[in-house]
Design a protein around this ligand. Structure first.
Ligand SMILES: [Zn+2]
Length: 317
C-alpha cells in the first residue's frame, strides 16, 4: 500500500491534500534552548502556532512538512499534539539542515553510523515518540561550498533514501554538482531529491536551475513570502514580482512536473525573533492568488500543491 509517514502514523498519499512541503514548526540554531533572552514557555509556542495551523486547515491545507533537522529544535511529541489538535497532517524529518548545524556527536560520525541513524528514524521511529520520519533533510553549510561533513551527510541520506524509499529535501541548491555526483554514485534517482531554496534572493543567482532539471532533480521555490517589500526583511529576501516571474518562466519552460512550492515559515522561532509578517499561509493568501492573476490554470495549481508533493512524498518501494 502506498503511504507517507506522518507523526501520527502512515497515511495514504491521497489523504495529504494541499501540501506545504518545506516548513518549520519551530526552528533555531543548536544551543538556542540555552538562550535566556529568547527561550519561551511551551504555552507561548502553542499560542503562536495553533492559530496558524488552524488557518492553514481552513484555507484547505492538508499537510505541513517540517524539515527542522536533528539539532535545530525538532520536537516530535509537540508536533503530534499540534497535529491532533488542528487536524493538519505533519511530516517530520530525519537528517540535518547542514553540516554546520550538526552537533559534534553527529559531526564526528561515519557515513555508516549516519545511515543507520536515518534508517532507524524512518523505519522504527524518532527517539521514543513512535513516529517515523517521512523525509530526509540535508544541506550546504554556510560558505556556499559543500564541506566534507555536508558530503558525508548527503551520502548517508542517499543510502537511507535508497533503502527506505523516503525522499530527500536539500537546504540550498547551490554547489549542486558534488550532490548530484553522490546521489548518482549511490544509485538514487534524482526525482527523489528536492533541491530547495532555489528561489531566494541570495542563492537563486548561484543556483543552476536548468542543469538540475536536466539531471532529473526537482526544484523547490520554497521561500515564497520573504520579500523585500516586507518591513522586517531578512537577508535572503527577494522582490515579490521578480521571484514570481522567475517561477513562471520555469513553469512555462515545461518544468511543472519537477517544481514544488512552499514558504519556509517558522511558526514559532527558537532563540531568535523570526521574520514578522511571514507565515505558512502566504501560500494561500498571496501565492495562489498571484498565480491565478498571472493566468496559471487551476489544474496547474492543483498539481503544484497536491499531485507533485504526493508523488514526491510517497514512500517508493
Ligand atoms: Zn527551511
Amino acid at each position: 500500500m502506498s503511504r507517507v509517514n506522518t507523526v501520527l502514523g502512515p497515511i495514504p498519499p491521497e489523504e495529504l491534500g494541499a501540501v506545504a512541503v518545506h516548513e518549520h514548526i519551530g526552528y533555531g540554531m543548536p544551543g538556542s534552548e540555552l538562550d535566556t533572552q529568547w527561550w519561551r514557555m511551551p504555552e507561548e509556542h502553542y499560542e503562536a502556532t495553533v492559530p496558524k495551523l488552524r488557518q492553514f486547515r481552513e484555507y484547505g491545507g492538508g499537510t505541513f512538512v517540517d524539515v527542522t533537522g536533528i539539532c535545530n529544535g525538532r520536537d516530535v511529541d509537540y508536533y503530534k499534539s499540534l497535529s491532533a489538535k488542528t487536524g493538519v497532517h505533519i511530516v517530520a524529518c530525519t537528517g540535518f539542515v547542514g553540516g554546520d548545524t550538526a552537533l559534534p556527536f553527529f559531526a564526528r560520525a561515519s557515513v555508516d553510523y549516519l545511515t543507520r541513524h536515518f534508517v532507524h528514524e524512518i523505519t522504527v521511529g524518532i527517539g521514543d515518540t513512535g513516529s517515523r520520519a517521512g523525509v530526509i533533510k540535508v544541506g550546504v553549510s554556510r560558505g556556499g561550498r559543500m564541506t566534507e561533513l555536508d558530503q558525508r551527510i548527503y551520502r548517508a541520506a542517499a543510502r537511507a533514501a535508497a533503502t527506505t524509499g523516503v525522499p530527500i529535501l536539500t537546504h540550498l541548491a547551490i554547489d549542486a554538482e558534488p550532490a548530484v555526483a553522490i546521489f548518482a554514485e549511490e544509485g538514487l534517482p534524482l526525482d527523489r531529491v528536492l533541491f530547495g531554496h532555489a528561489d531566494d534572493g541570495l542563492n537563486s543567482p548561484r543556483t543552476p536551475h536548468e542543469w538540475i532539471f536536466e539531471q532529473g532533480g526537482r526544484i523547490g521555490f520554497d521561500t515564497f513570502g520573504y520579500e523585500t517589500e516586507i518591513e522586517d526583511l531578512p537577508f535572503w529576501a527577494r522582490p515579490r514580482q521578480e521571484r514570481l516571474d522567475h517561477f513562471l518562466r520555469l513553469l512555462n519552460n515545461g518544468h511543472l512536473d519537477q517544481l514544488l512550492v512552499s514558504a519556509d515559515a517558522n511558526c514559532s522561532p527558537l532563540g531568535w525573533p523570526g521574520v514578522k509578517g511571514h507565515t505558512v499561509n502566504y501560500i494561500f493568501e498571496d501565492l495562489v492568488p498571484d498565480l491565478r492573476d498571472a493566468g496559471v490554470a487551476e489544474a496547474t495549481v492543483t498539481k503544484l500543491l497536491i499531485d507533485n508533493p504526493a508523488d514526491f512524498l510517497t514512500i517508493r518501494t
